[in-house]
Design a protein around this ligand. Structure first.
Ligand SMILES: C[S@@+](CC[C@H](N)C(=O)[O-])C[C@H]1O[C@@H](n2cnc3c(N)ncnc32)[C@H](O)[C@@H]1O
Length: 274
């Protein structure tokens, strides 16, 4: 395969386009990553320069090439019960968080849900720790920018390596074991799946259409690619959607640079609206 050079001026074009359309901030050091991850795509499209690919990307009115670009340069890595310390915190504080909920209604947003492990973990957690789980009206909004991971999330089918490390009671209560093409798979049970509303949604460029508030928002390991301005803007919007006292969960490597007067840190990248 011949090598295609990514010139600095071409990288700058991608950088501006991706920032304006997805909010992802590509530092100069990402030039090699973009080149490495996109070269195969250029070859597949029989293109000879990154400029040619750039024109193709910006003229693609379906938006599909942009999504391809984003999945090539970002990661969808996730797992069940990721960020263990946060689940321990939630176990300790769940009863006080729901103490005032007379209507027995819980609304949670998993923003950047990837292939679904996060929203399904929220449900497994509630199923395990909420008294009379069945009698609660629970809805999880699960959104992501990538149609590929979202379709995996909607299918809700996972490999045995992902599931068999979970406690036995969770596996029994939340999954149906099945054989697909001679392989053992675990499918989320329909009564849990129906509590999740999956939507394709770009956290940076799509309008905030929400009418109601959320009892909790999870936006973990999503903002790592965003610059400070984009992160602060998004967190500001999350704050508007949270009632006082409600928690916002970020990834453990993410911390807050703005909005410190509106949020207090409760531990393990868990923030609470003051
Ligand atoms: C590393 S995964 C994190 C998944 C899960 N929240 C977790 O912590 O395990 C990051 C996800 O954020 C999504 N994402 C990245 N930029 C986004 C954006 N602008 N809007 C919505 N989702 C985005 C990616 O598609 C990816 O699925």
């Amino acid at each position: 395969m011949y090598e295609i050079e990514l010139k600095p001026e071409e990288f700058r074009l991608f950088r501006t386009y991706i920032y304006e359309n997805v909010g992802i901030s590509l530092g100069q050091e990402k030039s090699a990553l973009v080149k490495g991850r996109l070269s195969k795509r250029l070859h597949a499209l029989h293109m000879e320069s990154f400029k040619e690919y750039y024109n193709y990307l910006i003229n693609d009115t379906t938006g599909e090439e942009l999504l391809f670009f984003v999945s090539a340069i970002s990661t969808n890595v996730t797992s069940f019960f990721r960020e263990e310390a946060q689940w321990r915190w939630l176990q300790e504080h769940l009863s006080e968080l729901i103490a005032t909920k007379k209507e027995k209604k819980i609304r949670i947003w998993s923003a950047g849900c990837s292939s679904g492990e996060e929203p399904y973990t929220i449900l497994m957690f509630l199923q395990n720790h909420l008294k009379d789980f069945e009698s609660w009206d629970i809805r999880i909004l699960a959104t992501d920018i990538s149609p590929k991971v979202l379709s995996q999330a909607i299918l809700g089918r996972y490999s045995s390596t992902q599931v068999e490390q979970l406690p036995k009671n969770i596996v029994m209560n939340s999954f149906e074991k099945m054989e697909v093409n001679n392989e053992i798979k675990y499918q989320i049970k329909p009564f849990l799946k129906e509590k999740v509303i999956f939507r394709l949604y770009n956290l940076v460029t799509d309008p905030f259409f929400f009418k109601n508030k959320f009892d909790m928002i999870f936006c973990r390991n999503v903002m790592i690619y965003f610059d400070e301005t984009t992160r602060n803007k998004l967190i500001g919007r999350f704050i508007e959607l949270l009632p006082k006292g409600s928690p916002l969960f970020l990834g453990s490597s993410e911390s807050l640079s703005g909005h410190k007067e509106k949020l207090s840190l409760l531990g393990s990248s868990i923030y609470q609206k003051r």
